[in-house]
Design a protein around this ligand. Sequence first.
Ligand code: NAD
Length: 505
Amino acid sequence: MTTIPHWIDGARRASTSGRTAPVTDPSTGAQTAQVALASVAEVDDAVAAAKAAFPAWRDTSMARRTAILFRYRELLDQNRLALAELISAEHGKVLADALGEVARGLEVVEYACGLSEHLKGEHSQDVSTGIDVHSVRQPLGVMAGITPFNFPAMVPMWMYPVAIACGNTFVLKPSEKDPSVSMLAAELFTRAGLPDGVLNVVHGDVDAVHRILDHPDVAGVSFVGSTPIARAVYERGTAAGKRVQALGGAKNHMLVLPDADIDVAADSAVSAGYGSAGERCMAISVIVAVGDVADRLIPAIEQRTADLAVGPGIPASGDPADSPDMGPLVTKAHRDRVAGFVDLGVSEGADLVIDGRGYTPDDPAAADGFWLGPCLFDNVAADMEIYREEIFGPVLCVVRVGSYAEGLEFINGNNYGNGTAIFTGDGAAARDFQRNVTAGMVGVNVPIPVPVAFHSFGGWKDSLFGSSHIYGPEGIRFNTGYKAITSRWPSRADSQVSLVFPGGD
Ligand code: NAD
């Protein structure tokens, strides 16, 4: 059985911890490898490598950093399929979708290629007589990232390209469920000319995370994962004096007004609800249907869902164009948890209109995969657990409300505030919605409004702990320290003692 090692100081490093976790192919249920779980000493080695690499990387010219990033961008582009195959093999999402994930990660690398533009700083002349001020943003040192299973390539790329382009070094702790793609991504960066130690990958579980959060040489931590762990990571990391941005879970609502085009809304709900088997932090999980919308929308969703192909992430042909629509869930435990929520919804009194619990693909090789077909509940209420909890699977809940105002109030009553969307032809309602909804990312007739790389990504309320969103301009601010320099070049004749606090003349 292959053991996936760490990537420390520009090379593979076998683990000595003696602890591993299984890596499985969700489409067959078979274990395909095991991944090392780092000891405290191994995390310390990775941080030490990053710390040692920092002074030279900080002092590397912007021109050279940019050239390395451009080469990295080219290597990622050439290896899109290899990266996507690793994602599909360990996460289970279909190959076409995995390619989309790589493309969205690549966007952040492209943004990082142009980062010099954003590190220019500002200059003011003669703010007082003979005094100039300029401000710069400087790298902080060793930054770390802890990432979830559901976007094993893209979410790490939300973090390390920006951190490294700013002049920091980085330690990544990816999800232990699908660790391989981070290894290839790190290796490609080294091939692009990144000096050893600038990007390190340590695999691990809670022990590695705690060590990163407590380590005195780690300046800042970006975390993406579930809300309880995001909250704990934020509290522990900030108590240790670090800056932390911890992005948590979600319950994303799609508000559909009576004037919406029902076909467009149904296409969007099915795509955003069941894409990647609902294992997206921006997946639509709740449809808030105003007036009689549900009576028209649910049959349109049923019709589309019946046509969905659910099967192994990597099609037999290997051609992404032959991908099914939806793959399996990531692990057996997660599949059983999601199916358990469907059982719970029935016992809580919601109407199960589409039941995917019995689904298995025809292919006998896939018999032991972690399958669950699309599910849809109608008449879901705010006090039901299937509404309150993040399910993170292919389960859509429909909530019926009487008016737009009731729908907005309902959405704002939820503890999560990651993404949300409104479907309508009414510009005034859309404008009111985007102004008053308490979520960080809003779509107007767009079901998964993930901001492009030159904006920033993040939620509100229990979907984000910390004040900065990730990548884009907020990512640069998170990864740099602001410094303002006030200069004066007085002649000896102008110099005098004055104990008065200087005014602005
Ligand atoms: P998770 O919270 O279980 O794990 C995230 C990371 O934390 C992993 O690296 C994991 O090894 C580590 N971890 C696990 N248990 C830990 C513990 N007790 N203490 C410290 N670290 C621990 O999340 P997941 O199941 O891998 O991913 C799915 C979750 O991530 C969902 O809740 C989803 O909404 C969320 N997510 C959020 C965003 C966002 O941008 N807000 C994006 C993607 C995923």
